[in-house]
Design a protein around this ligand. Structure first.
Ligand code: XMP
Length: 326
């Protein structure tokens, strides 16, 4: 694809010129925007880029590996991984209010990222390099939404990489500022990124933390991860990945329901499938998935995830329901 080749070459040239002999830092979330932005910068400046991946333990099954193994293999990017699962679980202990969960996850994320960024600055300094730039996966719709100005570090709180420390001032590199989502995906393919990342559906920054209704615990995360992986696998197998906007799977962790599985009575948890069709997530409709697909997902989840004995389907449009449950 010529257009994409041109975009890549043009950006690589611009980034190289701008960065000079400075060092660059980029936060990876597992999502397509940061992955493509970082890959472009890596193409341009190689080892002068350090990526930081904060694993908050709220990602879906296989997603940390996609970043740590597959993305690194595909790009050769130098990656600093911060395992912060314990820290997030501790901070979330006992918390059930959705807004409070979001606040805690956002706050911890910024703290962990800040500390990692400070370490990158120190390490680069030890090699006589100055970290001057931060990469952001800002897309054209984000630019329009936020009024268009560019500048130094001031990032929407909705995003995965939050605000930056006062004493660490970076200039922003935003190589996707003129692109729409489909173009970003095309650039990602052009750069040879893993298709699981390039075609990943939208996933909220607070991750599975806001898909467990009730307290977030390690056990509950494990249950939800298994159920979600089955739903995603069956949706892909049915070829519906690119047709539906996204399909949150939600664990009603504080609700129990009676069932019968194997030889006996069970007292497990219901799970909700929330497949939606949408253009921009502002409004959405529930997706009319084929019954046999729903049946397959339901059978597999109740067979393979011991703690789940009931699968339900959310048939609410947005509005009045939001896409996520919290
Ligand atoms: P709602 O639930 O508001 O979601 O209908 C609209 C879209 O936004 C995603 N979402 C988020 N994305 N950080 C994000 O990066 C967040 O805190 C967040 N909350 C919701 C949601 O998955 C849907 O695509």
């Amino acid at each position: 694809n010529w257009t994409m080749v041109n975009i890549v070459e043009e950006q690589v040239e611009l980034i190289r010129e701008r960065v000079g002999d400075k060092h660059v830092i980029c936060g990876l979330s597992g999502g397509v925007d940061s992955a493509v932005a970082a890959a472009l910068v890596q193409r341009a400046v190689g080892d002068k880029l350090t990526c930081v991946f904060v694993d908050h333990g709220l990602l879906r099954k296989g997603e940390p590996e996609q970043v740590e193994r597959d993305y690194v293999a595909a790009t050769g990017v130098s990656l600093k991984v911060v395992n912060a699962q314990e820290r997030f679980l501790t901070a979330l202990a006992g918390v059930t209010d959705p807004e409070e969960k979001r606040k805690i996850i956002g706050r911890e994320f910024i703290r962990v990222f800040e500390q990692a960024a400070a370490e990158v600055v120190a390490e680069a300094g030890a090699h006589g390099e100055e970290v001057e730039f931060l990469v952001q996966g800002t897309l054209y719709p984000d630019v329009v939404e936020s009024g268009g100005g560019t500048g130094t570090a001031n990032i929407k709180s909705h995003h995965n990489v939050g605000g930056l420390p006062e004493d660490l001032q970076f200039k922003l590199i935003e190589p996707l500022r003129k692109l729409f989502k489909d173009e970003v995906r095309a650039v990602g393919e052009q750069l040879g990124l893993p298709s699981e990342i390039v075609w990943r559906q939208p996933f909220p920054g607070p991750g599975l933390g806001i898909r467990i209704i009730g307290e977030v615990t390690a056990d509950r995360l494990e249950i939800l991860r298994e159920a979600d992986a089955i739903a995603r696998e069956e949706l892909s197998r049915a070829g519906l990945d690119r047709e539906i906007w996204q399909c949150p799977v939600v664990l009603l962790a504080d609700v129990r329901s009676v069932g019968v599985q194997g030889d006996g009575r069970t007292y497990g948890h219901p799970i909700v499938l929330r497949p939606v069709s949408s253009e921009d997530a502002m409004t959405a409709d529930w997706s009319r998935l084929p019954y046999d697909l729903l049946a397959r997902i339901s059978n597999r989840i109740t067979n393979e995830v011991r703690e789940i004995n009931r699968v339900t389907l959310d048939v609410t449009s947005k509005p009045p329901g939001t896409i996520e449950w919290e």
